[in-house]
Design a protein around this ligand. Structure first.
Ligand code: HEM
Length: 504
């Protein structure tokens, strides 16, 4: 029995994580939970803020990576940059964990959720669709949508019943969803689909996923889909899939029309002789997929997977960063003033000619965005799963099915890498001081890093510039009380509000 207990977490019905050289695991890494493992730790937590706080408490208590055991799954929680480097550089650990598997009915196996050969082929197909030249074309859309956003704000502020503050969670996601659809998909939402409805059902799906995560029994599909949450999940999925199908249908029609008229005036098109991995012209994402379909490289189901994936990955991640960045600018008037000064120095007043080179010159704004991503990483945790027994770092044995939670949030707030980690100080990114290369990883690192990171930074900078040029931001009185909740992204439990005063 003692031998059995050494190798298996018996009450969690799983093999144990252990050292290869026999050193007690506790000497290397902390272990949470006693006899019952962590099976019931989350079960009693009613609100998702409690789950978020629970993980933060463990990180603060242990100050190093730690292990938990849930039903059938050992969990390795990484909160240290050295351990993150070890995991993210390991080409055997590229599969996503359980939470992302719960997303399969929604995304099937698109770029975010797929693995192995399928992931490789798709990554190769999609990487050129975020090439510099395509991003340059997208700049026009970033600018026109930003101008529209500002016009809408001016109108809102001019209304007689305007109460002085705006709710960022309502305004920003509308903007970012429009942009991902108009750029990567080549379709304006006004023409074909209801973005507000998409966001409503997406939010429901996220809530249900977190509920599911709390109860290990619900990890089995055949149980989950028998309960109300499972049924609601499928109902919401129908709405989300009909949104993305509408976009694909619309773009297919547009493209056919253009092909018939032999008028290849796609905004994504660049010089004839500029080739991508498949020896063809470069197009934006959905057009690339539709052309790849004609050549038999992907089918309709595959296109749906990627459209669902890119809408999900490409809008709310940016929304959350913009929301936190605007809140920080409102809370720290000196930081805001420095950004505004930099704008006046580097950017012409007329923003219609704004280009990527000018955006790259805004070094201080860059630091503000980085500091926001450090304190509030839109993706707070990256998930991985060992698909076979794996030894990492030469001595740590991770059994098959081990879930790896790489807590970017905790790594970013580790005082070892960032002194006074809770303080918002963009200047820390100005200094040439060397820090651990895995201490700041908001877009992850390695083979499965974020394919849209350059796109994201350009979009974020463009909107921030438009807002800063038109408004002075001011915090509202209850600004300090930001409570985070667990979700696919770093969420707050209440909407973030700021005040906007028109600049002369
Ligand atoms: C502030 C904005 C963003 C942040 C913080 C962010 C962060 C991340 C992170 C941490 C990952 C790794 C996830 C994992 O390993 O499970 C990732 C992957 C990914 N991101 Fe982003 N992202 C952002 C914006 C975008 C945008 C704008 C797009 C698309 C236009 C995008 C598309 C993707 C895709 C498709 C993947 C999966 C890549 C793969 O596995 O090959 N992201 N992102």
């Amino acid at each position: 029995l003692r031998q059995l207990n050494r190798n298996y977490a018996l009450t969690s019905l799983t093999k144990r994580i252990k050292t290869m050289d026999g050193t007690p695991l506790e000497n290397v890494i902390d272990v949470v939970g006693g006899f019952w493992g962590s099976n019931f730790d989350l079960l009693t937590m009613k609100r998702s803020e409690q789950i978020f706080d629970y993980s933060r408490r463990l990180a603060k208590t242990f100050k190093r990576s730690y292990v938990q055991y849930f039903l059938l799954t050992p969990v390795y929680n990484v909160i240290d940059a050295n351990d993150a480097e070890m995991i993210l550089n390991d080409s055997r650990i590229l599969d996503k964990g359980l939470l992302l598997r719960f997303l399969h009915p929604f995304l099937k196996t698109g770029l975010l959720t797929s693995s192995g050969k399928k992931w490789h082929t798709r990554r190769r197909l999609l990487t050129p669709t975020f090439h510099f030249n395509i991003l340059q074309k997208f700049m026009e859309i970033f600018k026109s949508e930003s101008r529209k956003f500002i016009d809408d704000l001016w109108k809102q502020i001019d209304l007689a019943d305007f109460n002085g503050s705006v709710s960022l969670n309502e305004l920003i996601p509308r903007f970012t969803l429009n942009i991902i659809c108009e750029t990567a998909m080549g379709v304006r939402l006004d023409d074909c689909a209801d973005g507000d409805e998409y966001r409503k059902y997406y939010s429901r799906i996220e809530d249900i996923l977190i509920e599911r995560l709390k109860n290990p029994i619900m990890s089995f599909d055949w149980i989950f889909f028998k309960f109300q949450n499972g049924k609601n999940y499928l109902k919401s999925l129908k709405k989300l899939h009909s949104f993305s199908s509408g976009i694909i249908k619309k773009r297919r029609e547009m493209l056919e029309e253009e092909l018939q008229q032999q008028e290849f005036e796609l905004i994504e098109r660049i010089d004839q002789d500029d080739n991508n991995a498949y020896g063809k012209q470069r197009y934006a994402m959905l057009d690339s997929l539709l052309f790849a379909e004609k050549e038999g490289l992907i089918d309709h189901r595959g296109i749906c997977e990627e459209v669902d994936t890119f809408i999900l990955a490409g809008y709310d991640t940016i929304s959350m960063n913009l929301i936190y960045a605007l809140r920080c600018l409102a809370m720290y008037p000196d930081v805001q003033a420095k950004c505004y000064e930099e704008l006046q120095e580097c950017i012409p007043e007329d923003l219609s000619g704004l280009n990527m080179k000018q955006l790259n010159n805004l070094k201080y704004l860059d630091c503000v965005i980085r500091e926001t991503l450090r304190l509030y990483p839109s993706v707070p945790t990256v998930k991985r799963e060992c698909i076979a027994d794996t030894v990492v770092g030469g001595n740590l044995f991770l059994p098959k099915r081990t879930q790896i939670n790489l807590h970017i949030y905790d790594i970013h707030r580790n005082p070892k890498y960032f002194p006074d980690p809770e303080v918002f100080r963009p200047e820390r990114f100005m200094s040439s001081e060397k820090r651990h290369p895995y201490a700041f990883i908001p877009f992850s690192v390695g083979q499965r890093n974020c394919i849209g990171q350059k796109f994201a930074i350009l979009e974020i900078k463009t909107l921030l510039i438009h807002i800063l040029q038109n408004f002075q931001l001011q915090s509202v009185s209850d600004c300090e009380e930001l409570k985070f909740s667990t979700g696919l992204l770093l969420r707050t439990n209440t909407n973030v509000k700021i005040k906007l005063n028109k600049r002369n």
